[in-house]
Design a protein around this ligand. Structure first.
Ligand code: ACM
Length: 529
């Protein structure tokens, strides 16, 4: 009896502490007393092409950190790193089973992502130097058995590149760091009032005019949102289509889908100043400002040319992004937009639309049909659910104003992503303190606050996403500071079972393991005290 109790206690102990290095916390893990040493003599064997992404990622890191790659062999002998296709053993999508002992390493999975996440976990069990450049040649890895799979399929991070532009190198860093924590949806906020950042060949002025901001340009916002660099400076930047393709491929090599956002009908000042003749009703005398105080920033749903333009833009966007979804914005259409537009008045009469909401719903029904024609589904901010929109069941809503807003969308049987500002807007201050950078228009979002978010499990809830809006992201250091370590809490909310999550254990893992790993990679994270 006593023996059995001791064994049970030992088991509980190992379950609690074995996976101490791993973020997000795995479903199950049990340590063993063996260890494996991986070095240049280690060989790898795979019985499936699904392991290719994982193998390449590991090999690239070994090359960087140790200056060698593992050679492949065609029989799984003792002492190898073995990738095994095992749909009977691993039943969940993106799941994996990792077994390490003195005889070798076995990673089993049923899909590309599962093998990739098996490798990510393996690398987290290796000394932190594997994430950087080093002279380490031998990697001792403690024995362990891990069974793991994610809670949510959608584990996202958004980067706003409109308010302040980030170059290709930073976007890649952002994506790579996401992948290291098993986040799998990169939401790329490409257009807004302050800049249009993606090349559209049919409409070259979008980037010639709409991607240039500052004195003497058509986007001369002076104080808010803040521009990077001195006030008399002109800021420009956009991604060519070749660069977009390169970034999408980079993300794919890390099992990340890229969700592009073309924000409409509000937040469209950059498009409006680029193509005013096409996008504005000449007789419209409406005068209004957005909540961010940008004047007259909204596309006109009463003009045929608006839809022609959007069809043209969308057809180029869908050709660049293989993901099933495109984000079409829908947030914060300012009060007063369209009030005095004869084109909108005519549209309302023709289609018996009674209110601004009806007009917005009409607009989204039409742009959703454009997406459908191009074989894509829509993601949009929660505002698209005002009134009775006619959207497709497979479309997805992002709830940003509160968790309650998300549950309201779920009650309407809408596929929903939770991105509530109170927990997941990473541009908000960590805490109210003098000198603390960040936005103050919502509550502070501390690391603990992010970690405390526990969305209820329902079938329409597809996942969680954090948003990094860039009004105050004046350089990459600040961007890093806002994102890390909060993204560590995000990944654990998105991946790990809530009953296995515990703040003090998480904080310890962050301090002991995750922050040193981020340091190796020169991430300018905010210290955890
Ligand atoms: C938003 O924060 N306007 C989605």
């Amino acid at each position: 009896m006593k023996m059995r109790l001791t064994a049970l206690l030992l088991l509980c102990f190992s379950l609690l502490f074995a996976s101490g290095q791993i973020i997000p916390k795995p479903l199950q893990s049990i340590k063993n007393s063996n260890a494996f040493t991986l070095d240049s003599h280690t060989r790898f064997y795979t019985d499936t092409p699904l392991a290719k992404t994982a193998v390449t990622y590991l090999q690239d890191h070994l090359q960087n950190a140790s200056d060698y790659r593992l050679k492949q062999i065609d029989t799984p002998i003792v002492g190898t790193l073995h990738f095994h296709y095992a749909p009977q053993t691993v039943t969940k999508a993106e799941g994996y089973r990792l077994s390490i002992d003195s005889k070798g390493i076995l990673i089993q999975a049923r899909d590309r992502s599962g093998f990739f996440y098996g490798v990510i976990t393996l690398m987290q069990l290796m000394p932190k130097q594997i994430w950087g450049e080093s002279s380490v040649k031998k990697w001792r890895i403690e024995g362990i058995e891990i069974i793991d799979a994610p809670r949510y399929r959608w584990r996202g991070m958004m980067l706003d590149v409109s308010r302040n532009f980030f170059d290709v190198a930073y976007v890649k860093k952002f994506i790579d760091r996401m992948a290291q924590y098993k986040l799998n949806r990169f939401h790329w906020h490409l257009t807004d009032d302050e800049g249009w950042r993606i090349e559209i060949k049919r409409y070259p002025l979008l980037t010639k005019i709409g991607a240039v901001r500052g004195p003497g340009t058509k986007l001369p916002f002076s104080s808010f949102p803040t521009m990077r660099g001195p006030k008399d400076h002109v800021q420009r930047g956009f991604y060519t289509q070749a660069q977009v393709r390169d970034i999408v491929a980079y993300a794919k090599a890390r099992c990340i889908e890229v969700l592009p956002e073309i924000d409409m009908p509000g937040h469209a000042k950059a498009a409006l100043v680029s193509y005013p003749r096409l996008l504005t009703d000449p007789k419209d005398t409406s005068r209004y400002r957005s909540v961010q105080r940008v004047a007259n920033n909204t596309l006109n749903p009463g003009l045929k040319s608006t839809y022609r333009f959007l069809d043209g833009v969308i057809s180029e966007v869908v050709a660049l992004f293989p993901f099933d979804y495109i984000h079409l914005g829908g947030d914060e259409v300012p009060k007063g937009a369209w009030n005095r537009s004869p084109a909108v008045k005519k549209l309302m009469q023709k289609h018996h639309l009674k209110s601004r909401r009806d007009v917005q719903n009409y607009f989204f029904t039409r742009v959703d049909a454009i997406l459908k024609k191009h074989g894509k589904k829509m993601v949009a901010w929660q505002e698209v659910l005002q009134g009775s929109p006619k959207l497709r069941n497979e479309d997805m809503v992002m709830a940003w104003k509160s968790p309650k807003a998300g549950y309201r969308a779920i009650e309407k049987h809408r596929n929903t992503i939770m991105a509530p500002v109170q927990y997941l807007y990473f541009d908000q201050q960590y805490k109210r303190a003098k000198g603390e950078p960040g936005q103050k228009w919502s509550t502070p979002v501390s690391l603990k606050k992010v970690y405390s978010f526990r969305p209820k499990r329902t079938c329409c809830l597809k996942g969680v996403e954090a948003c990094l809006w860039s009004e105050t992201l004046l350089d990459e250091h600040i961007a890093d500071y806002f994102a890390w370590p909060r993204a560590l809490a995000l990944c654990e909310i998105a991946w790990s079972a809530p009953e296995h999550r515990q703040w003090h254990s998480f904080k310890k893992r962050v301090q002991q393991f995750a922050l040193p790993r981020l340091k190796v990679q020169h991430v300018h994270y905010r210290p955890v005290n």
